[in-house]
Design a protein around this ligand. Structure first.
Ligand code: AG3
Length: 281
């Protein structure tokens, strides 16, 4: 008899993974966490019944959320990550040699601990990098109260349900703005536009009064079902988003970073939005 994990994110539509073995399952202080070995996507981690990451396709999401803002910026020294307890995003951020400090604020210590144990290829040693500083706390408190400023701030959150909800609010975006250096870039996971169209319109409505340049870039991540995923983009300068292909190719070439999804050409094309997304902003 086979066991299946059924995701509960969308009403009347779900994806299922055949489970080989459950590696960890428990309620943490903040959410329900499960990590299992699947038959087709390697190890899978879910929070409150929603797929967060799989070994097989995580590279697409983490490379895009890290490298699009970092290569657009050009000289990212200080990076702040909100969420991202599995460590995949931190791993990609630390591939940039200019990064001197990556502060990561994660609300749930158990997610970090269990992912280090059961998804070791996500962080791949990143948590032990001297440039990484891990803070256990709520991202909104950090950006509201910290007196540090960053070149790039990345929100690697859950969907706007449960602990992640606050990371999609105007007060959070105001905090992000005060923690960005001039010319700094904010990028955030913003759901699958076809399935969660309100996320695009709401995020745009909340970010655009605060930042000069607001937009979205996209990537198709198979296990975030329903089409292309959007990432929100906000910056007080329109320059970084307009970085030319030549500039991106030069920066990528000089960086010596190995990728499996990201290329400068994919980067440049990721800001091209289909009409149904443009219509909701
Ligand atoms: N966080 C984003 C999960 C998004 C799931 N939402 C969805 N399928 N619409 C992933 C954490 C990976 N570090």
């Amino acid at each position: 008899m086979s066991m299946w994990f059924d995701e509960t994110l969308h009403d009347g539509y779900h994806q299922g993974f055949q489970i080989k073995e459950v590696l960890f399952e428990n309620k943490t202080d903040h959410q329900h966490l499960v990590i299992f070995e699947s038959t087709t996507f390697g190890r899978v981690m879910a929070l409150d019944g929603i797929i967060q990451t799989t070994e097989r396709d995580e590279f697409i999401y983490h490379e895009m959320l890290a490298h699009v803002p970092l290569f657009s910026h050009g000289d990212p020294k200080d990076v702040l990550i909100i969420g991202g307890g599995d460590g995949g995003l931190l791993r990609e951020v630390l591939k940039h040699p200019q990064v001197k400090k990556a502060v990561q604020v994660e609300i749930d210590q158990a997610v970090i601990d269990m992912c280090r144990q059961y998804l070791p290829n996500h962080s791949a040693g990143a948590f032990d990098d001297k440039r990484a500083e891990i803070v256990i706390g709520d991202g909104i408190d950090y950006v509201t109260n910290s007196d540090r400023q960053f070149d790039v701030i990345l929100s690697d959150s859950t969907d706007p349900i449960g602990p992640g909800e606050v990371l999609f609010t105007s007060p959070f975006y105001q905090g992000v703005k005060r923690c960005l250096k001039p010319g700094g870039i904010f990028a955030a996971q913003n759901g699958v536009a076809f399935m969660q169209p309100d996320e695009v319109s709401t995020t745009y409505r909340r970010l655009s009064p605060l930042f000069e340049d607001c937009s979205f870039f996209t990537a198709a991540v198979p296990t975030y079902v329903g089409g292309i995923m959007t990432f929100a983009w906000a910056c007080n300068d329109s320059g970084p988003r307009a970085s030319s292909l030549e500039v991106l190719q030069r920066r990528f070439g000089q960086s010596d970073i190995d990728t499996r999804y990201y290329t400068p050409e994919v980067h440049a094309g990721a800001f091209a939005l289909p009409r149904y997304i443009l219509n909701s902003i």
